[in-house]
Design a protein. Sequence first.
Length: 173
Amino acid sequence: MIPLRLGALMLVAVVVQVTVFSDVRILGVAPELLVLLAVMFGYWFGPQRGPTAAFVIGLFWDVYLPTPLGLSAIVFAMVAFAVAASGEELFRDSKLQLAAIAGVGTFAAVAGYALLGEVMGQRGLVDLEMLRVGLIAGLVNAVAAPLTRPVLAWSIGAQSGFGGASRSMISSG
């Protein structure tokens, strides 16, 4: 049941990203819902399950993008792992820290996507526009990060906590 819920969440997120957020612009930048989920998978699910879930949602996103298949998946998994690995020693689950993690993680994902894309032959991804997109998307995701908690809790069937994940869903900071 839990993999079905998590898969449904990922599928709905991809559909929302492709349909709704393709037309929404905040200072000229589309919200990066899938990056936010990848970062939050690392934060809430830990270093083992987080990168795996982030990789899967990245593959879903890669099917839609014109860049090489697997580019988003690799970047999402690396960012989720970095968030999960660093988070085990740094955080006390406050909303401010959650927002900071989402913002920095989103910026890292945008920059990592551009850098790895350049390495894989996708020219023109690394420029000043990438910095602007990363900063704006990071700020948007920092604001939206607290909204992910109840959705992710539902997706894995947690009533009061994540049961074995690196962070308790109970703590509200």
